[in-house]
Design a protein around this ligand. Structure first.
Ligand SMILES: [Zn+2]
Length: 90
């Protein structure tokens, strides 16, 4: 990831939801999501209310609302199942 991600002003942020891409306005109530490998060595998905510091952090996904958060969650779950079935060779 390029370092300049941190320089993007929040007014240019867009929703990461599939088929969404809505641009964030200053008064919108958005959410942030990110995934990481948790303490038990499994992928975790995190969801938090909008926070400028979180929003500008590398790897953070910006979400305009519940609908897009749900789509991204199901994408996350689908990706994991797909990886598992590939790892099992089935
Ligand atoms: Zn959206």
């Amino acid at each position: 990831m390029p370092d300049n991600v941190l320089m993007i002003p929040s007014e240019f942020l867009r929703c990461a939801g599939p088929n969404c891409g809505v641009q964030k306005g200053s008064s919108d109530r958005w959410w942030v999501m990110w995934s990481s490998i948790g303490e038990y060595d499994v992928p975790e998905m995190h969801l938090s209310p909008w926070d400028e510091r979180l929003a500008l952090r590398e790897g953070t996904i910006h979400v305009c609302g519940e609908g897009c958060a749900q789509k991204l969650q199901s994408q996350f779950m689908g990706n994991i199942l797909q990886k598992r079935s590939r790892a099992n060779g089935s």
